[in-house]
Design a protein around this ligand. Structure first.
Ligand code: PHB
Length: 388
C-alpha cells in the first residue's frame, strides 16, 4: 500500500480536477466551417451545412480517435469577414482545419492565414483555378471553372454552333469560364461575337440579354455563380431569346439542382457541363440523394457534394494521422482517391486540386421533375488552368 502525504494528495487532487477539461481539449479536433449562411450566397451555405451534418450523421463524430467538432461561422460571403473569422478560429478555437468558402474572394482572403498558421484549408465551394496556388495548405473538393468549361466548348463546336457570345459574372470564376470557353471554342473553329459580364452583386440581366438578342449568335454561353440561375433563366425566357432561336449553353452552376426544378419549361433542353448532377445514375449517388432529401426535404446540389466530400477528405486524413493536424494532416489529404456521389475523384498530390469526371448534360423532365440528365462523360479531367 502506498502512503501519500497530505501535500501530494492536494496536488493530485488539483490535477485530477483539471483533467476533464484537459482531456476534453486533447480528445477533440475542431473544424472551422466558414460559409455564407445569409446574403446572396445563402443557398450555398444551406447546402454545405446540410451535407456536413449528413456526413456526421452517417459516419459519426469520431475520427483518428478524437471527437470531431464542427464550428460553423457565417461570413455572408464578405471576404473581410471570412478572414477575421478564420483568424479567430485558428487563434482562439485552435481549429485543426479551416473549411467551406462559398465564393472565390473569401477563399483568397483566407489563404495567407492558412499558410502562416500551417492550417489545412479545405475549399468546398469556390472554383477559380488559381485558388489552390494561393496557399500550399489549400486542398479543393469542389471543381474549377476551366475544368467544367473546356468540354462544353468542344461539344458546342461539334454540334453546329458556329457563332457564340459569352456572359459571365464579373469576377474570378467568370474570368476563368470566359477565357477557357473562348480559347477552346476558337481552337475548334468557332467565332466569338462578344464577351459580356454582369456584376457579382445584384446583377440585372436585361441590358446584356438585349445585346445578345441583337447580336443573334447560334448560342449564348453562360457562367453565373450558384443562386443566380433561376433569375437569369426567367429573364432569358421573358425576353424571348429561346423563341428567337438562340441556344443556351452553360456551366452546371446555372441549372443548379438547388433551383432547377422551379425554373419551368424555359430550362428544358439547356445543355450544360459540370461535375455533379443529382440525377447521376450511380448507386452511391442514389443513396446520397435519398439520405440528403430525407434529412432536408430539398435536393442536394454540387455545393452539397463539395461539402460532403470535403468531410470525407478530412475524416480520412484524421484517421491516417490519428488526429494530428498541421503538415501531417495536409499530407494525408493529398493523393486521396475515392468514389464520390459525383463519380470517381482524386485529390491530386501535386496540385492539391480535384481530378474528376465532367459530364455533358441536358435538362429534361423525368417523372414530372426537371433534372440535369448526363449523356456524355469526359473521364478524369484535371484542371486545365494549372501550369504544372
Ligand atoms: C466562386 O466564387 O468561386 C464560385 C461561386 C459559385 C459557383 C462557382 C464558383 O457556382
Amino acid at each position: 500500500m502506498i502512503h501519500l502525504h497530505r501535500r501530494q494528495l492536494l496536488t493530485w487532487g488539483a490535477a485530477l480536477a483539471a483533467m476533464p477539461y484537459a482531456k476534453a481539449q486533447s480528445d477533440t479536433v475542431k473544424i472551422g466551417l466558414i460559409l455564407p449562411m445569409t446574403g446572396q450566397q445563402a443557398s450555398t451555405g444551406r447546402q454545405i451545412e446540410a451535407a456536413v451534418k449528413l456526413w456526421q450523421a452517417q459516419h459519426g463524430t469520431k475520427a483518428g480517435g478524437k471527437t470531431v467538432e464542427v464550428i460553423l461561422k457565417d461570413d455572408a460571403a464578405v471576404p473581410d469577414t471570412t478572414r477575421r473569422l478564420a483568424q479567430e478560429l485558428v487563434v482562439n478555437d485552435k481549429v485543426a482545419v479551416l473549411a467551406g468558402f462559398g465564393i472565390t474572394p473569401c477563399a483568397m482572403a483566407t489563404a495567407p492565414i492558412a499558410t502562416q498558421s500551417k492550417t489545412p484549408m479545405v475549399v468546398m465551394a469556390a472554383a477559380t483555378s488559381a485558388i489552390t496556388q494561393a496557399s500550399p495548405f489549400i486542398v479543393r473538393t469542389s471543381f474549377t471553372l476551366p475544368q467544367a468549361t473546356v468540354g462544353l466548348a468542344d461539344w458546342a463546336a461539334k454540334n453546329g454552333i458556329k457563332k457564340a457570345v459569352s456572359l459571365v459574372a464579373d469576377y474570378g470564376p467568370g474570368f476563368d469560364a470566359e477565357k477557357y470557353f473562348d480559347s477552346q471554342f476558337r481552337l475548334d473553329g468557332g467565332q466569338m461575337l462578344d464577351k459580356l459580364r454582369t456584376p457579382l452583386r445584384s446583377p440585372d440581366f436585361a441590358p446584356v440579354l438585349q445585346k445578345v438578342r441583337d447580336l443573334h449568335p447560334d448560342a449564348l454561353f453562360v457562367f453565373l455563380p450558384s443562386g443566380q440561375g433561376a433569375q437569369f433563366m426567367k429573364q432569358f425566357g421573358e425576353r424571348g431569346l429561346d423563341k428567337a432561336g438562340i441556344r443556351l449553353i452553360a456551366t452546371g452552376d446555372v441549372t443548379d439542382d438547388d433551383q432547377l426544378n422551379d425554373m419551368g419549361d424555359v430550362a428544358l433542353g439547356v445543355i450544360t457541363s459540370h461535375h455533379y448532377s443529382a440525377a447521376h445514375p450511380s448507386a452511391a449517388n442514389k443513396q446520397f440523394v435519398a439520405a440528403f432529401e430525407k434529412a432536408n426535404k430539398f435536393r442536394p446540389n454540387f455545393m452539397a457534394v463539395g461539402g460532403y466530400d470535403g468531410m470525407r477528405v478530412i475524416y480520412t486524413a484524421l484517421n491516417a494521422t490519428k488526429g494530428k493536424g498541421g503538415q501531417a494532416l495536409l499530407d494525408a489529404m493529398k493523393g486521396q482517391l475515392f468514389e464520390s456521389p459525383r463519380g470517381p475523384v482524386l485529390i491530386d498530390a501535386q496540385t492539391r486540386d480535384i481530378v474528376q469526371d465532367i459530364y455533358i448534360r441536358k435538362v429534361e423532365r423525368v417523372n414530372g421533375q426537371l433534372w440535369n440528365v448526363e449523356f456524355d462523360t469526359l473521364k478524369a479531367v484535371k484542371d486545365p488552368g494549372k501550369t504544372k
